[in-house]
Design a protein around this ligand. Structure first.
Ligand code: FES
Ligand code: FES
Length: 168
């Protein structure tokens, strides 16, 4: 199978039944994406496929052949963190860090959904040109990413500090 992962073209030989998450972690050594529940309930495995967020544990890698995949390793690097990564540090958006890669990838796609006017369960007015950025919207839209450490307030603060400003 061939993919573009974090901007690099990669080829993997794997059993056709292998999940995308297992290909990333076990075949390519991209262990940033985490395996929490392995059944679509926690969001720890969230990655971007062509900019859309997906749970990598739920999809077979072969479904995403030829697509552009971004993992947390592609968002920023140690010496050059993405603004959202820095914001998670500044706002105590994590404790153990296990959910963090998924939170980061999910937040990037979440903001793109808001910008494109994709409504959520709590969007009240579907007639507006631009959906208002609010904590309620962020909480709802990030509800698929669970944090067992209970860092959700810091996570929302971090997201708001980066994207709240951008949306004003
Ligand atoms: S590991 Fe994929 S949703 Fe939990
Ligand atoms: S920081 Fe520990 S699970 Fe979120």
């Amino acid at each position: 199978m061939r993919f573009i992962i974090n901007g690099n073209s990669v080829e993997v030989e794997a059993d056709i039944r292998t999940s995308l998450l297992d290909v990333l972690r076990d075949h390519l050594g991209l262990t940033g994406s985490k395996k929490g529940c392995n059944q679509g309930a926690c969001g720890a495995c969230t990655v971007l496929v062509d900019g859309e967020r997906i749970n990598a544990c739920l999809g077979l890698a072969v479904q995403y052949e030829g697509r552009e995949i971004t993992t947390v390793e592609g968002l920023g690097t140690l010496g050059s963190l993405a603004p959202l990564q820095q914001a998670f540090i500044d706002h105590d958006g994590f404790q153990c860090g296990y959910c963090t890669p998924g939170q980061l990838c999910s937040a990037v796609a979440m903001m793109s959904e808001v910008e494109r006017g994709v409504p959520s369960q709590v969007t009240r007015d579907l007639d507006v040109d631009a959906i208002a950025f609010s904590r309620e919207e962020v909480r709802e839209r990030m509800s698929g990413n669970l944090c067992r450490c209970g860092a959700h307030n810091g996570i929302i603060d971090a997201i708001e500090s980066v994207y709240g400003e951008a949306s004003r």
